[in-house]
Design a binder for this molecule. Structure first.
Ligand code: SF4
Ligand code: FES
Length: 398
C-alpha cells in the first residue's frame, strides 16, 4: 500500500531526510520474560511515566506532518495498554499504515475484531519456540496454545499476519518445524530473526549466540522449505551480523528513516541509543518532534558520514553501510564513533571473532539438531532481575 504524505506536510530544509517510520513503544510492561528482549535492562519501577493517550495522539500527528507513513505499535507488550485500539483508529485516520507487534498475550477474538474495525493494516505475532515446551521455556510463560488460537483467529478475520520466530542457540534447530507450523496456520510471511545482541540479549549473549554450523543448518532448512514446500508464504531469514564481514546499515542510517518514541517520551534514532554515554535524549513532552528530528544534537550526531573515523572515513563502501551500528560499536569497543567491529576492516574485528569462536566451541559439544540447556542460567527479562542489575550497577559505581 502506498501512503501519500499529508498535504500540509511541513517544509523541511533541502535534503533533510524524512522520517518514514514512527515506532511507538507504548509500554515496557510485558507478561513474557524473553532473555533476548531489546527493552532496556533498567526497566521502570512503575508505569506512571508512560505517555498518555493524548500525548501519543499528538506525537503521531507531529510525525505524520513530518512525512511519516508507517506506524508500528510495540512495547513491551502494547496490548497491555487499553488504548491500543483507539490509537490504531486515529493513526489509521491520519493516513498511517498501522502495524501491531505483539506476543498475542492480551489478544482476544473481540480485540481482534476491534483492531480490524479500527483499520489495523498488519499484525505480527512472535513465537519463542515451535512447540509448547520450548515456547514456555524461553518466553517464561505457557502461551503457545493461546498464540496458535490467536494466529488462527487473526487469519480468519482477514488481518494480514506475519509470524516472528526469534532464533538463538537453543531453538535454532526448530526452523523446519516452525516453518511447517506457520504454513499450516496460513501465515502470510514468516520472519526467522536471529537474535540481535542488544540489551537483555547482550547480557545473555554467551548463552544465546549460535555456532556457524547451526546457522548454516538453519539456512539450509529454510532454503529447503522454500524450494520444496510449494508454499506461497514468504520467508525472511535475518542472520546475526556477528558472522558477516560487513556490518548492517543500522536503522537504515542514523536519523534518516526511523524515530522511536519510548514509553516515557524520549525520541530516539534507534531503540538502543540510550546506552551511548554523553548524549542528551530529547523528550517529546518538552520539544516538538520537528525540532528533535531536524535540530537535536542526538539525531545529528551520527547522521551522514562527517562523524566517521578511519577506516570508515576513507572507505569506498561507507555509503553502503554507513559504518554499521553505533550502539554495537559502543558495546563492543567502548567508542560509539568507531567502526562497527563486525567489519573485517575494523582494527578491532578480533573482538567479534573471539565471540564467535567461543560460540562455536561451546556449541560443538551439542548436536545442532537438539535443544540444549544453557551452560549458565539465562537472565530472564523481568522487573526483579532488572532491579538486581540496577542494584549491582549502583554498587559498582559507588
Ligand atoms: Fe563499512 Fe566502515 Fe567497514 Fe568501510 S570500514 S565497510 S564503511 S564499516
Ligand atoms: Fe543503535 Fe544500531 S541499534 S545504531
Amino acid at each position: 500500500m502506498t501512503v501519500k504524505p499529508p498535504a500540509d506536510k511541513v517544509s523541511t530544509p533541502e535534503r533533510a531526510p524524512v522520517p518514514l517510520w514512527l515506532l511507538a513503544e507504548l509500554t515496557y510492561a510485558c507478561p513474557l520474560q524473553c532473555p533476548y528482549c531489546s527493552n532496556p535492562l533498567e526497566l521502570p519501577k512503575s508505569r506512571n511515566s508512560e505517555l498518555t493517550t493524548e500525548q501519543w495522539l499528538d506525537v503521531m500527528q507531529q510525525a505524520r506532518k513530518l512525512g511519516a507513513v508507517q506506524l508500528g505499535f510495540s512495547g513491551g507488550e502494547p496490548l497491555v495498554r487499553p488504548d491500543v485500539e483507539l490509537l490504531v483508529q486515529e493513526g489509521s485516520k491520519m493516513g498511517f499504515y498501522c502495524n501491531l507487534i505483539t506476543s498475542a498475550l492480551g489478544l482476544t477474538n473481540e480485540r481482534i475484531t476491534a483492531l480490524k474495525n479500527a483499520g489495523l493494516n498488519h499484525l505480527q505475532i512472535s513465537f519463542q519456540g515451535s512447540d509448547q515446551e520450548t515456547n514456555a521455556r524461553f518466553g517464561g510463560s505457557d502461551s503457545f496454545v493461546h498464540k496458535l488460537a490467536m494466529t488462527k483467529e487473526v487469519i480468519r478475520q482477514g488481518i494480514p499476519l506475519g509470524l516472528n520466530f526469534v532464533l538463538h542457540r537453543h531453538n535454532i534447530h526448530q526452523v523446519a518445524d516452525f516453518l511447517a507450523l506457520a504454513d499450516s496456520l496460513g501465515a502470510e510471511f514468516v520472519e526467522l530473526a536471529n537474535t540481535q545482541y542488544y540489551a537483555w540479549a547482550m547480557h545473555n549473549r554467551e548463552q544465546l549466540l549460535p555456532s556457524r554450523q547451526q546457522l548454516q543448518d538453519a539456512e539450509a532448512a529454510t532454503n529447503k522449505f522454500r524450494d520444496t514446500s510449494g508454499s506461497r508464504m514468504k520467508v525472511f531469514f535475518v542472520a546475526p551480523d556477528y558472522y558477516d564481514d560487513r556490518p548492517k546499515k543500522c536503522s537504515n542510517g542514523w536519523g534518516t528513516t526511523f524515530i522511536t518514541v519510548t514509553p516515557d517520551g524520549d525520541a530516539l534514532p534507534c531503540q538502543s541509543a540510550r546506552i551511548i554515554p554523553g548524549l542528551e535524549f530529547p523528550n517529546i513532552r518538552t520539544q516538538t518532534l520537528r525540532d528533535i528530528w531536524l535540530d537535536s544534537t542526538l539525531f545529528q550526531r551520527f547522521r551522514g558520514t562527517a562523524w566517521m573515523q578511519e577506516p570508515c572515513a576513507s572507505c569506498p563502501e561507507k555509503l553502503i553501510d554507513l559504518g554499521g551500528c553505533r550502539c554495537q560499536a559502543f558495546m563492543l569497543t567502548g567508542d560509539a564513533a568507531s567502526t562497527d567491529p563486525v567489519c573485517s576492516l575494523s582494527p578491532l574485528h578480533h573482538v567479534v571473532t573471539e565471540i564467535t569462536d567461543a560460540a562455536n566451541a561451546q556449541a560443538s559439544s551439542q548436536p545442532s539438531t537438539q535443544s540444549s540447556t544453557p551452560a549458565q542460567p539465562l537472565l530472564f527479562r523481568n522487573t526483579s532481575n532488572s532491579r538486581k542489575l540496577s542494584a549491582k550497577k549502583e554498587t559498582s559505581t559507588s
